[in-house]
Design a protein around this ligand. Sequence first.
Ligand SMILES: C[S@@+](CC[C@H](N)C(=O)[O-])C[C@H]1O[C@@H](n2cnc3c(N)ncnc32)[C@H](O)[C@@H]1O
Length: 269
Amino acid sequence: MSATLYIIGVGPGDPDLLTVKALTLLRQCPVIATPTASLKGHSTALAIVRQALSAKEMQEKEIVELHFPMQKIHRDQEPEAEVLQAWQEAVQKIVAKLRQGKSVAFPTLGDPAIYSTGYYLYMTITEIYPQAGVRFVPGISAMSSCSANTSAPLCLGDDMLAVIPATFSDKRLRQVLESFDTIVLMKVHKVMDTLIPLLHDLHLIENAILVERVGMTDERVMSDLTVFLGKEGQVQQVHYFSTIIVKKRDSFVRLRSKITHTFLAPRTA
Ligand SMILES: C[S@@+](CC[C@H](N)C(=O)[O-])C[C@H]1O[C@@H](n2cnc3c(N)ncnc32)[C@H](O)[C@@H]1O
């Protein structure tokens, strides 16, 4: 195959949720470029790959670490210089491998189409090295996995679904919560202090559920978010890998009896 950058969705955590295509390409590519939020930091995407490939397969891989600072990106604003520089540096490292004729796999959590650095890499590489071959491989998103593990559909019939980062300003968040039937709130971990009272004000707290680290061995489903009420100002112990789903029409109250325990599908060998 001619040297190509494959931006591969690796699902939210359970290695059994890698697609066959993802696995095939991860095996074929001699180089794996891994995203980390800090220098020499941990890459969850790479950890998922390590569980899916054998130790021998991993030993043969060349691992290239890419550092992406955790900064908010606003689509209508130029990203901060630090962020732009990080994308350019990452692309230079990838292009160096492509020029050597080596295909590069870039595993990204969930699906690359949903809040993934993969598309920023793509935009940057097309500016710097437009002749690069780049292909996307879809993955199972965290919200699909949260839906499956709580037996709750995201949308049925004429339901309208919104997917948003909860880090929006309060006004936009309120508008979305008021307008849609199902709302998937991502990146909730730092805004629980304001988000939970807002859900309470809008009489939606009974319709909300939080899934933490879905598909990982310590997955947690919280079906009663009122436990967070009155604790504003305290550090709320939810992990960055937490998603809240609000369902107005098919409320979790009816479904709650099914989700008192966490569910993990048995691992295949
Ligand atoms: C940068 S976004 C990446 C989304 C990813 N591309 C996807 O398709 O799900 C990170 C957010 O996704 C959600 N997320 C990612 N992995 C998760 C997991 N294992 N369990 C629950 N939520 C998760 C959380 O809301 C987290 O803050």
